[in-house]
Design a protein around this ligand. Structure first.
Ligand code: ITT
Length: 197
């Protein structure tokens, strides 16, 4: 049995990852670990932010932990909102305001290609052998809808339609979203790695 602290304050991420966890893993959200801090994300890349989040929690706990940083990357917006996805429309981190800004910036553009990218940072080991840092990445390609569709999920889900689907992430159950999602792809690699240990 592997126990891992998940360095996030985003309950949606916890729910999605919990639903993918096998019985051989226990994921401990920050709240359950008794940690109540706002983890900084000051960097220009998903990888550096993920490292910052996992590193912050590792320094506090000295226990196996992982974090993830995710961005929505839109082709004609040169990869924006990308690493700034949470705060695209300002410090309020408002999902609706972020979506409105994306739709406004895209306007009537024909090329609506986009992808979600998740980078997981794992700090794993033990006190005897030491701890090492590992990274895993998951990408989900798709496109941005003309308008919001659906009520499920979070963030940009109402405007993202994954390749191979005809509805948005917000029109899917969590299990359906997990069949396509960036997060599922990165997490699957994480669990495969841990099972190999
Ligand atoms: P933690 O840093 O505490 O993990 P966060 O919400 O700040 O949580 P990120 O910086 O990784 O997480 O996420 C950036 C934003 O990208 C997030 O607030 C959402 O708006 C959006 N986002 C991330 N994953 C998403 C998903 O699966 N579907 C839709 N939007 C998503």
């Amino acid at each position: 049995m592997h126990a891992l602290i998940f360095a996030t304050n985003n309950q949606h991420k916890v729910d999605e990852i919990q639903s993918l966890v096998g019985i051989d893993f226990t994921i401990i959200p920050l709240k359950a670990a008794g940690i109540d801090i706002d983890i900084p994300e000051p960097h220009d890349t998903l990888q550096e932010n993920a490292a910052e989040k996992a590193g912050t929690i590792f320094k506090l706990t000295h226990q196996n932990c992982f974090s993830e940083d995710t961005g929505l990357e839109i082709e004609v917006l040169e990869g924006a909102p990308g690493v700034k996805s949470a705060r695209y429309a300002g410090e309020g981190r408002d999902f609706k305001a972020n979506i409105d800004k994306v739709l406004q910036n895209l306007g009537a553009k024909k090329n609506r290609a986009a992808q979600f990218r998740t980078v997981i940072c794992l700090i794993w080991g033990n006190a005897t052998d030491g701890f090492k840092t590992y990274y895993f990445e998951g990408i989900c390609k798709g496109h941005i809808a003309i308008e919001m569709q659906g009520e499920q999920g979070f963030g940009y889900d109402p405007i993202f339609i994954p390749e191979g689907a005809s509805k948005s992430f917000a029109q899917m159950t969590m299990d359906e979203k997990n069949k396509y999602s960036h997060r599922q792809k990165a997490v699957t690699q994480l669990f495969d790695f841990l099972r190999s240990k």
